[in-house]
Design a protein around this ligand. Structure first.
Ligand code: PHE
Ligand code: FE
Length: 301
């Protein structure tokens, strides 16, 4: 799941119409929001998947699994089989049963992108929203909105890691607070550059832990191995000043040392941090994707 940057409704209550989302803005999200509950969750309706849907999932899973060694972090590789047999789209209930035992998280179905506040509220309750539809065969390599493959394969394995699981919940609670402080844009950058596109430094080299990378056949090797993008050390305030790209591979990745480091660095109250970042942006501007600051150390591959 990637949150919808919700421009209209600030209530986060589903009224049956799709939320306004980032991106092109022309095309409404694809899901049917009429079947979702007020909190935007919905039944998975597993029997509706066709053989072609299961086949798409199977082929996406197989292609991605074979790329993991040497590119995905160990925690992800250890947990990916908790998704269950890769020959069919998993049942969310079965994953939730295992996840509840491991870290107290659950996965819940949603029709697609949901408004920020609804998204934050679910995370704060340790419920991870998973889009229930799968991309069409012609979207095999690239789908504009997150689908069930991105949401499950990309996000769910790390919810089995206790520290990362706590980080995700803290993020949700922090999001509810950021909504009140009108700081969602700054906080969204944290999600983007960690949960979606984060890299982690290990003794064996850089590895991916971000879901947007781990669910992408092209961006996984690009982010970990290519000489093209910039890779800089995770620094909360630097990160919050940094713009990101939504329509192409990232130009900059942020590298953490451990999930503990990420958790600890984001534990302090963000209220004064938002204020400071806003001042810095007012004085020195935002940092464009791909720009490295003078003296900033880069990770080489
Ligand atoms: N500590 C943050 C705050 O006070 C909450 C948060 C935690 C946000 C983890 C993101 C990730 O707002
Ligand atoms: Fe996502």
């Amino acid at each position: 799941m990637t949150m919808a940057n919700d421009l209209n409704s600030h209530s986060g209550i589903n009224l049956g119409a799709p939320p306004v989302t980032y991106g092109t803005g022309e095309r409404p999200p694809r899901g049917d929001y009429a079947r979702a509950r007020p909190d935007y969750t919905c039944e998975q309706d597993w029997s509706r998947y066709t053989e072609a849907d299961h086949d798409t999932y199977r082929r996406l899973y197989a292609r991605q699994l074979q790329q993991l060694p040497g590119m995905a972090c160990d925690e992800f590789i250890a947990a990916v089989r908790q998704l269950g047999a890769p020959d069919r789209i998993p049942r969310f209930d079965e994953i939730s049963e295992r996840l509840l035992k491991a870290t107290g998280w659950q996965v819940v179905g949603v029709p697609g992108l949901i408004p920020e506040e609804a998204f934050f509220a679910l995370l704060a309750e340790r419920r991870f929203p998973v889009t229930d539809w799968i991309r069409r065969p012609e979207e095999f390599d690239y789908v504009v909105e997150p689908d069930v493959f991105h949401d499950l394969f990309g996000h769910v394995p790390l919810l089995f890691d206790p520290v990362f699981a706590d980080y995700m919940q803290a993020y949700g609670a922090g999001g509810l607070k950021a909504s009140r402080l009108d700081a969602c844009e700054l906080l969204a950058r944290l999600y983007w550059y960690t949960v979606e596109f984060g890299l982690i430094a290990t003794p064996e080299g850089l590895r991916a832990y971000g879901a947007g990378i781990l669910s992408s056949a092209g961006e996984l090797p690009y982010s970990v191995c290519s000489r093209e993008p910039r890779r800089v050390a995770f620094d909360l305030e630097r990160l919050m000043r940094s713009r990101y790209r939504i329509d192409t591979y990232q130009a900059t990745y942020f590298v953490i040392d451990s999930f503990r480091q990420l958790f600890d660095a984001t534990a302090p109250d963000f209220t004064p941090i938002y204020a400071r970042v806003r001042e810095t942006i007012a004085a020195a501007g935002e940092i464009e994707a791909g720009v490295v600051l003078p003296g900033e150390r880069q990770f080489r591959v």
